[in-house]
Design a protein around this ligand. Sequence first.
Ligand SMILES: [Zn+2]
Length: 509
Amino acid sequence: MRIAIGAFMYEANSFSPVPTTLDDFAAGTLVRGPALLDHFRDTNTEVAGFLHACAPLPDAEIIPLLAADANPAGLVQAATYVALRDELLDRLTQAQRTRPLDVVLLALHGAMVAEGEDDPEGAVLSAVRDIVGPQVPIASSLDLHANVTARMAAAADVLVGYRTYPHVDQRRTGERAAAPALAAAQGGPRPRTVVQKVPLIVPAETMQTTHGPMHEVRAEADWLEAEGAALVVSVFGMQPWLDLPEAGGSIVVVGTDPDAAHTHARRLARQFWQRRKAFDVPLVAPDVAVQRALAVERGPVLLVDSADATSAGSPGDSVAVLQALLDVGCGRTDAGTSDTDLCLVPLVDPPAAAAAHAAGAGETLTLSVGGTLDPAHSPSVAVTGHVELLTDGRVMRKGPAYTGMTMDAGPTAVLAIGAIRLLLMSRTIPTSDPEIYRAAGLEPAAARIVVVKSPNLFRAAYGPFAQDIILLDTPGVSSPNLHRFAWQRIGRPIYPLDDFTWDPADPPR
Ligand SMILES: [Zn+2]
């Protein structure tokens, strides 16, 4: 059985001014052909899940295509999107010509947007269908933040999303997506994927599947699967900053009886919609949060600057929380500097990181930091500190999410400013794994305050030792306050931008 495997993953933020280029994919994941097998071996990734699902098949012949993944930011530059799409499709065409394929397994994110293409995943899946023909099962894994479109569902036999947020089930999702497609290729019933859109936007901060409204909807989906009513049921909250006509949440049911799948999808969509107000996010002003954090007996207190979340399309260059720490004196030279006094702050600032590297470890610098990538959402601030440590910015993920994958922040420096340790990075990487600090000689578990620029993923690794978690009301392109944005293209009405009644049985709006 010939099984083609590939990955093309990206989460776009419509409001980010920073486009994503081929260099960004090269700094993330860009692996071609047989190198995929080694690259993903023993990782918690969808590709590893595909390979695991294929392993028991005695006649499996794996054809690794291309794996591309970049950190979330703005739209993918048109030329970059076309180049990667075409390379993936050319490799698939070549494989199909050599000998017809039996299954195609793709790891997609589901919230990619490129310049000139609102629905890259739909475009890729449609092109894959054209190449392999109508009989070959196509399965795709997706992030829980995918914006599932009608075109994606029409082209693929199987669409399966993560069921955890914080996402820790990448490999398991790959296995879940592969299983129905492999079964069909071995003569089993052909699966069908049904999508029911839900006209709401869910803030990432309250979308966690560990508790709360998303957990409740997910529990219903689990029950449907356990009852055997469907093969796989996915609940997609969508990443909230997609200003697209087809944007919104969705319920996706994979089954062999389309009528039953539609019924289940509608029932679950109704439950999702009925919980919409339970997703509202309580936010705290940064100065109030800093005072609260300084008053607790023991840290770390996490200050969550999710409006500048580097895993949600923000550049990570905002100094809103740094400024609040400076305002209360945490940057003064007489501020406590024992480990338990430290305030750890990440900041993506390529010129500042370069200046620290040019000065060298141990040197004292006065620098303007912040607002270098998205000045509209962050001013800059002048700081004086000494360069405590310099690193190459490479960080291995050791937390439960994407375990074993390496991130590359480029030249990185720790600037010591009183009790503040400013982690200056050259490139935007997720800050949800405490390893970004540990790789720079800082221990978050011992600190007083730790700033994370992540709406929810940080909970997986920080949850076990954080003493308190405070969600902040700060400016940025991934703010949970969805009324802050100038929405132009999104299909209306949509909650919470509009308050209206809706039922999945209503005719389409
Ligand atoms: Zn996600």
